[in-house]
Design a protein around this ligand. Sequence first.
Ligand SMILES: NC(=O)c1ccc[n+]([C@@H]2O[C@H](COP(=O)([O-])OP(=O)(O)OC[C@H]3O[C@@H](n4cnc5c(N)ncnc54)[C@H](O)[C@@H]3O)[C@@H](O)[C@H]2O)c1
Ligand SMILES: [Zn+2]
Ligand SMILES: [Zn+2]
Length: 407
Amino acid sequence: MRALTYHGAHTVKVDTVPDPILMDSDDIILRVTATAICGSDLHLYRGKIPSVEHGDIFGHEFMGIVEETGPAVTAVQPGDRVVIPFVIACGSCFFCQMDLFAACETTNTGRGAILNKKAIPPGAALFGFSHLYGGVPGGQAEYVRVPKANTGPFKVPGTLLDEKVLFLSDILPTAFQAVTNAGIGNGSSIAIYGAGPVGLLSAACARMLGAEQIFMVDHHPYRLAYAQRTYGVIPINFDEDDDPADTIIRQTKGMRGVDGVVDAVGFEAKGSTTETVLATLKLEGSSGKALRQCIAAVRRGGVVSVPGVYAGFIHGFLFGDAFDKGLTFKMGQTHVQRYLPELLGHIETGRLAPEVIISHRMSLEQAAEGYEIFDKKQEDCRKVILTPGDSAIALPEGDGPALVLGT
Ligand SMILES: NC(=O)c1ccc[n+]([C@@H]2O[C@H](COP(=O)([O-])OP(=O)(O)OC[C@H]3O[C@@H](n4cnc5c(N)ncnc54)[C@H](O)[C@@H]3O)[C@@H](O)[C@H]2O)c1
Ligand SMILES: [Zn+2]
Ligand SMILES: [Zn+2]
């Protein structure tokens, strides 16, 4: 089969590789009909995540048709059309029983990413995401083996196009978890750092949940302009404004700051030259730029919600400010499985239309070009989706509104 494989930093290509086969009794083989490139794939692509090996197949946002099932699979059958959560969870361990699927302690054969780990088992295995997370081959491919198929695959109605439901695999639940973790509801104020796919869908979710004021910080004018047009955010370009948190606070009631803030940037945040140098020398794990801004922008008693991926340590972490403000931090990989029925309902009723953020529809054969365009933010790229073989995705007209508010 054809699959997108890694060959060193900034080098990926579509190769012919062996077809996947059933290995465990609760596996399925999925024929992929649509897959997407995620900001998390960019961390791998740039060579920033350890334990990524030459030949690894990337991709953790994908959906398709069940082709084959192992003897213990009861939840789906050949021919079913399903979206696959990027988190591989068993459904029955201590954490899965609490719906903390990303913490599943039975699926990851890798080490996990905690530095000061002690005896703690690693969190869930992830598709196409480094051997720290199990080294499970990903879905930017024609076929993929899906383990734990009685827990993950989520059936979607045939009436909805692939691109309307594809983002249930990751970025829509990630945005939804981020915004609900931030405590956003009717009349809330929120600041979202990062106007990539996760930030954009966080704005969509915040609107749906009734947020009154949504600030968005980035430095790509085209992304900010899109978010302003589509979700009515107040855009702030950090290339022009070196202290967005100050600008945000001055526009909130009583100059208190926003109720909640979402860091949809993560450890590769741009901004601090010192941290960039220290991170390159491996004396610093992550850039704390976005996180410091988040801590500064939020009101006392507010929530800093972090879907952006962080790794290791940050020296410039203003813990004293967080203490003084009495902040809550919520973060981590998304517990995808728990949100899917609710989010599918929102897509079906038109309250969420995540597909509007797609800017590039390409074939799997063009995946390497897709990575480069998305990484370099060329051609006003917001989100790339790929289709293997000649399965075609219908093209909607223009950008359209991402959210149709209910009455
Ligand atoms: N927690 C999860 O389960 C989960 C799931 C999906 C993605 N993610 C993570 O979410 C993050 C965003 O993903 P994406 O797909 O939107 O990626 P992306 O790379 O397209 O977007 C990141 C955006 O942040 C902006 N940015 C950089 N530095 C900034 C700064 N200092 N302040 C404000 N904005 C800044 C960039 O210009 C870019 O537009 C990534 O770290 C990704 O790994 C996490
Ligand atoms: Zn992702
Ligand atoms: Zn589990």
